[in-house]
Design a protein around this ligand. Structure first.
Ligand code: HEM
Length: 133
């Protein structure tokens, strides 16, 4: 049975609306570049500047994480978010700065409001695992 256009649009996964693996990669590249410039968190990321192979691995894990969490085919093989961030003592202001970088990157790449809000909701759901209590 043929679906209406409205039904088709509702059925499009977040992964597809992010532009698939290539779209997610653009967001991750833009967000990491923004983190490197963001006074609130750049000290966390600058030590990785001389470790391009580790940066690539973290970016790949982050791409897979978002793909797996948005309906894409990829499997995430990095550590879970609590384990990856546990020893960093990240506070709420740093978390907000990182989330702003991701959403700001999506804004500059012209993602629509609904897609950005869905990513924001996913980020909010991860906050308790990332912020040190
Ligand atoms: C906003 C939500 C966040 C998400 C979705 C996220 C996601 C990730 C992922 C998927 C990894 C890779 C883990 C692995 O390779 O095993 C990672 C690593 C990392 N994250 Fe986050 N992160 C977030 C927030 C933050 C914040 C707020 C900071 C610091 C201000 C931060 C700093 C780091 C650092 C430094 C690493 C590398 C750790 C290492 O080398 O072992 N992250 N993050």
């Amino acid at each position: 049975m043929q679906q209406s256009l409205a039904q088709n649009l509702t059925n499009v996964t977040l992964f597809e609306r992010l532009g698939g693996a290539a779209g997610i990669r653009r967001i991750v590249d833009g967000a990491v570049a923004a983190h490197m410039q963001n006074p609130a968190i750049k000290a966390r990321f600058l030590p990785y500047e001389d470790r391009p192979e580790r940066v690539e691995e973290i970016k790949q894990h982050t791409c897979d994480f978002f793909a797996a969490g948005s309906g894409g085919p990829d499997r995430y093989q990095g550590r879970d978010m609590a384990e990856a961030h546990r020893d960093m003592d990240i506070d709420a202001a740093e978390y907000d700065a990182a989330a702003d970088d991701i959403l700001g990157t999506m804004d500059s790449l012209n993602y629509d409001e609904k897609t950005r809000e869905e990513v924001h909701a996913i980020l909010r759901s991860l906050k308790p695992d990332i912020v040190h209590k």
